[in-house]
Design a protein. Structure first.
Length: 75
C-alpha cells in the first residue's frame, strides 16, 4: 500500500528546526509541517508534528519557510 503523503523536501530553518513539505496524493494539497524542533528554538508553534501550512506551493525556499513560520508565531 502506498503512503498517502509524498515527501517533497526537508528544510532547515534559521531557528534550527526542520520542516517538511509533503504532497497529499489523494487531495492534491501541499502540507508543511515541523519534523524536528531545533535545540535552541523558542518559537511556540515549532513542535514536532505541528502543521505550518496547507495548500502551499511545492517550490518553497528557506526564506519563504522562515516567513511562514514567523507568520504562524505572530498569529
Amino acid at each position: 500500500m502506498q503512503s498517502p503523503f509524498e515527501l517533497r523536501t526537508l528544510t532547515a530553518l534559521s531557528c534550527g528546526c526542520v520542516v517538511a513539505d509533503f504532497h497529499a496524493r489523494m487531495m492534491h494539497v501541499e502540507l508543511v509541517s515541523v519534523e524536528a524542533q531545533g535545540p535552541h528554538c523558542e518559537l511556540e508553534n515549532h513542535r514536532a508534528g505541528q502543521v505550518l501550512g496547507l495548500g502551499v506551493s511545492d517550490e518553497l525556499d528557506t526564506h519563504q519557510l522562515d516567513m511562514l513560520a514567523a507568520t504562524q508565531t505572530a498569529a
